[in-house]
Design a protein around this ligand. Structure first.
Ligand code: GTP
Ligand code: MG
Length: 199
């Protein structure tokens, strides 16, 4: 594993046109509001306040870029599917996210975060199908595994894989994580390292 030796906030952008030049590889963290995107980023970088986290959903509203080891971008995206905003706002957020993935030619991998406590949700399944259709490589990260027993986790993972295999011929890489107990950190950083070696 190559360690995160340096992690710096670069900028926040309201949409893809204002994002930094796509001149180095990048990895995005995406998923429903409150799933733990910002917390996972802080855990990977071992910096508590690097990405802003919150107990109430809808905290991240901009596209936030961080540069890691002066080598690659880590991107914290706004969450989708936040119920407490208007239908129009939700559609705008979705557009922002789709535009982002369609236009970033430096995107190496999208980490799609899923709450390990929940059954497969339509919104997430649809989003992963869209990524697949658009040829954007992604992997799945089941978050907050500290909140359930290993038996429950295994059961939920199996159920999710079964659901995915209804639409997919094979499964993407699957990770599990806990930002509070730092589980999954090595595996995720190893995977990023592996991807960086192939670009
Ligand atoms: P938005 O920016 O609103 O889309 O949310 P987000 O996906 O960035 O989630 P965030 O990291 O802000 O975390 C949401 C809440 O979940 C916070 O209260 C976190 O403390 C909590 N949380 C995140 N990850 C974990 C985890 O691994 N374990 C536990 N127990 N709580 C977590
Ligand atoms: Mg966030």
């Amino acid at each position: 594993m190559s360690e995160v030796k340096k992690a710096e906030f670069v900028q926040s952008a309201p949409d893809v046109t204002k994002a930094p030049k796509p001149n180095i590889p990048e990895f995005a963290f995406i998923g429903r509001s409150n799933v733990g995107k910002s917390s996972l980023i802080n855990m990977l970088c071992q910096r508590k306040g690097l990405a802003k986290t919150s107990g109430s959903p809808g905290k991240t509203r901009l596209i936030n870029h961080f540069i890691i080891n002066d080598l690659w971008y880590l991107v914290d995206l706004p969450g989708y599917g936040y119920a407490k905003v208007s239908k129009k706002d939700r559609a705008n957020f979705m557009r922002l996210i789709y535009d982002y993935f369609e236009q970033r030619e430096n995107m190496v991998n999208a980490f799609v975060l899923l709450d390990s406590r929940h059954a497969p949700q339509q919104k997430d399944l649809e989003f992963m199908e869209w990524l697949g259709t658009n040829g954007i490589p992604f992997s799945m990260v089941f978050t907050k595994i500290d909140k359930l027993s290993s038996t429950e986790l295994r059961k939920n993972l199996e159920a999710y894989k079964k659901e995915m295999l209804k639409a997919w011929e094979s499964l993407p890489p699957i990770f599990t994580s806990s930002s509070s107990s730092r589980l999954g950190r090595t595996e995720l950083l190893d995977y990023i390292d592996h991807c960086l070696k192939t670009v």
